[in-house]
Each structure stands twice: as C-alpha cells, then as structure tokens.
Design a binder for this molecule. Structure first.
Ligand SMILES: NC(=O)c1ccc[n+]([C@@H]2O[C@H](COP(=O)([O-])OP(=O)(O)OC[C@H]3O[C@@H](n4cnc5c(N)ncnc54)[C@H](OP(=O)(O)O)[C@@H]3O)[C@@H](O)[C@H]2O)c1
Length: 301
C-alpha cells in the first residue's frame, strides 16, 4: 500500500534529495514557502490539518542562515521553533508522526568525544538556540516524533561547503581552509534514503516505541574542513595537482555566530534501534563530486 509524506521544504538541498527518492509506494507532497510560509504557524497547522492524505510529516525546511540569524532572531525563532511547534500540535491532533530535522549546532563543541543524543546541549548562537527550541517543542507535543540531528551536509543541490570549495578553487590562488573544526560530513542524499526507507515503518509505529525521540544521523568517519577539502579536490581532479591550500584556525574567519570546534555526532543509537550504520562520508562525497564534475563537463562540451 502506498503512503504519502507531507514535506515542508521543496527547494533546499535535503528537500530535493528527498523528492528525488520518492517512489510510487512512498510519495511526497512537498510544500514550498509559497504553499506554507513557516513564519506563519497558522499556515503550517492548516497545511497539516487540511491535507487530503498524510501518513508522515517531514520538516526539511528551516531558517539556515547561521550568521544572519544573529541579526534576525525573531524570524529564526519563528521558522525554527514556532513552526515546528505548530507542526507538532497539528500532527498530534491528526495522529500522524513527525520527523523534525535538526542540527549538531545545538551543542557547544566543548566535549572531547562524539556527541550522543543525551549529552547536554549548549548552543553558541541564535540559530542553534532556535533549532533547539524547535526540538524541545516537537518532543514535548508530538508523541510519535523523531528529532533527527545531522551535520555538515553536502549535496549536488543547494549551497554547501563542497560546492563552495570547488567554486573557490577556480578563483583563489591559495585557499585558506579551517583546520580546527571537526565533524562527520554527511550526504543529504543518504539522510533522504534513510528517511524514505523508514517511512512505512514510522507511519505504522505506535506511540511509546523505542524509535521515537532524539536520533543522530551522520556518515561514518570524522574530518576537519581542511581534510574534507583535500578529499573534494583529490576526487574532482585526480590527474592534476591539488589547489594550493593553507590550513587556518577558525579565528581566521571571524563570523557573527561563533562556530563549535567539535560537532561530531555519535550514531550508536541509530545502529542499535534502526540497525542502520551510515557508510563512510568519502563514498557519497565521491558520488556527489562526480555528479558535479560531469554536469560541468557537459555544460562546457
Ligand atoms: N546544511 C547543513 O550543513 C546542515 C547541518 C546540520 C543541520 N541542518 C539542518 O538540515 C535541514 C535541511 O537543511 P538544508 O541544508 O537542506 O537547508 P537549505 O538548503 O538551506 O534549505 C532550507 C529550506 O527551508 C526553506 N525555508 C526557509 N525559510 C522558510 C519559510 N519561512 N517558509 C518555508 N520554507 C522556508 C527554504 O525555502 P526557500 O528556498 O524558499 O528559501 C529551503 O527550501 C535543516 O533543518 C537544517 O537546520 C543542515
């Protein structure tokens, strides 16, 4: 039997990866900003309450401008906290489960090892705090909910570090890349594949099942931004010397929102509860880089 996911977000990198993986059995009705503006909680609640068929709601939309959020806290909280709150209420009222996508940026980065779901949170900025408020609202108000924390997303879609590196390598004589932040780079496509595969299970799961609650998802293996950049260039241009790079500390790039140095997510709960172990990040990275290089070559030809 087919099921329908009502998805908030249509144009973002994760949203598009989810849409790409929808099937005749797991269909997605994706809502753009024009369909439901997350700054308007009533519009969000109406979208869930009035949908024809909905078996699972996924919120892949968010206010993601980490630095800009420092000067737009009201909008960041509206989209990242009040909208998920409205989703959680509407899902609970309709008896539909909710997956809220969240972030490693709820943590301060002060821990020495990888963060587990129960570790104390301590966001360093408005974006992280607004996402944390969204997490709390969802877990409080919707019994059948998962808050899926992810980190350092990359994809052939949207704006992300991988694409920025490929672009900057074409124009900068020496690339300065941060070498003191580390996390588990994660393919948006792998998160999407996980969610689509789990959708039938989640749609049927009762309240109280161990699957509900906080969950970390990240590809295997940690890296610094510098190491990630090295892997990007080695994959993109195996036959030519890599661009000149200089490792720099985070302090070399002052930003409005302070970045955590450690954003590694431990994914043991994912393995224990779902039996899923994400693959090493270099594998999907190679696939995404190949896709981008191929698209560029076809444009040039
Ligand atoms: N990117 C990362 O490295 C990263 C890391 C950790 C966690 N996350 C989390 O992962 C999730 C997906 O992120 P992403 O990278 O796919 O984000 P993204 O590419 O920046 O896309 C964000 C999406 O949210 C939509 N959106 C923003 N404001 C909206 C509003 N007021 N009403 C309706 N839609 C709105 C955007 O629509 P428009 O196109 O119309 O603006 C866009 O579709 C988010 O929850 C994010 O917090 C991301």
């Amino acid at each position: 039997m087919s099921l329908t996911i009502l998805q908030f977000g249509a144009s973002g990198q994760l949203s598009r990866e989810l849409i790409d993986r929808s099937t005749a059995d797991v269909m997605i009705r994706a809502l753009s900003r024009a369909d439901a503006d997350l700054a308007d909680p009533d519009a969000v609640a109406r979208a869930i309450g009035e949908a024809d068929q909905v078996d699972l709601v996924i919120n892949a939309a968010a206010y993601t401008a980490v630095d800009k959020a420092e000067s737009e806290p009201d909008l960041a909280y509206a989209v990242n906290a009040r909208a998920p709150r409205a989703m959680a209420r509407a899902c609970q009222a309709r008896g539909v489960p909710l997956v809220q996508v969240s972030t490693d940026m709820v943590f301060s980065g002060a821990k020495a090892g990888a963060y587990v779901e129960d570790d104390p949170v301590g966001p360093l900025h408005v974006y992280g705090a607004s996402k944390l408020a969204g997490e709390d609202a969802v877990l409080d108000l919707c019994e059948r909910s998962i808050v899926l924390r992810v980190s350092w997303l990359f994809s052939a879609y949207g704006q992300n570090f991988l694409q920025a590196m490929l672009r900057l390598a074409e124009t900068q004589p020496v690339l300065k890349v941060v070498a003191d932040q580390h996390a588990r780079p994660t393919a948006s496509g792998d998160i999407a594949a996980f969610l689509i595969a789990q959708a039938p299970r989640l749609a049927a799961l009762p309240a109280g099942a161990p699957e509900w609650g906080l969950l970390h998802f990240a590809n295997a293996g940690a890296a610094t931004r510098f190491e990630m950049a090295e892997a990007i260039f080695a994959t993109a241009w195996p036959d030519r010397p890599p661009p000149a790079m200089e490792p720099v500390p985070t302090s070399a790039f002052p930003t409005a929102a302070r970045r955590a140095l450690n954003a590694e997510l431990d994914c043991s709960r994912l393995a224990a509860v779902f039996g899923v172990t994400p693959r090493p990040w270099r594998e999907p990275l190679a696939e995404v880089v190949a896709k981008l290089v191929d698209a560029k070559n076809r444009k040039v030809a």
